[in-house]
Ligand binder design. Structure first.
Ligand code: SF4
Ligand code: SF4
Length: 163
């Protein structure tokens, strides 16, 4: 997995123009069965990919924390929301709460998330490849394929399937 993760940004860069064209086309005319196809491709991929051998999303990029995430996680630590925010979060250029630093503070050396049951919604949903109306998040997915080997594979299979 280490070698795969090292090579991934370069592989994603090589596919960038092709992927961009693909998502532009997809956005204009998404197939009727897209939600169903994405669900299938996502499940197939995650039957083979073990996130515990990877954790690249937790190591290289952080999630956004919604107000609900903050309250839930602060409660888990028996902290006030503002205490949790000042200890772990910062406000980014889009005015969202994000981690002060990566790798994520809550990631263990064994790649387990120490707040798994209360983790942010964005962590639960990453890499968003099973979400409905997937064609609407082409730009985000173009970035995610450079971080997430599963998302990279799903997009490659998606291109083959929809051609
Ligand atoms: S979601 Fe993607 S980047 Fe995150 S751990 Fe799983 S395979 Fe790795
Ligand atoms: S909160 Fe957990 S799942 Fe989310 S980035 Fe941190 S370690 Fe990963």
């Amino acid at each position: 997995m280490d070698e795969l993760l090292r090579e991934l940004p370069e592989k994603a860069k090589d596919k960038h123009t092709e992927n961009k064209k693909f998502f532009n086309k997809l956005k204009k005319k998404p197939p009727k069965k897209l939600d169903y196809i994405m669900q299938e491709l996502h499940e197939e991929e995650f039957e083979q990919t073990d996130c515990l051998t990877c954790a690249n999303c937790c190591k290289t990029t952080g999630p956004l924390f919604t107000d609900k995430d903050v309250s839930r996680i602060a409660k888990h630590f028996k902290m006030k929301d503002h205490q949790f925010i000042s200890q772990f979060l910062r406000v980014d250029e889009d005015n969202d709460y994000v981690l002060q630093s990566v790798p994520c503070t809550f990631l263990g050396t064994d790649n387990y998330c120490s707040i798994y049951d209360v983790r942010p919604k964005a962590c639960r949903e990453f890499p968003h490849t099973d979400r409905k109306k997937f064609h609407q998040i082409g730009n985000l997915t173009l970035k995610n394929v450079a971080i997430c080997p599963a998302a990279f594979n799903i997009v490659e299979k998606m291109k083959q399937r929809l051609q």
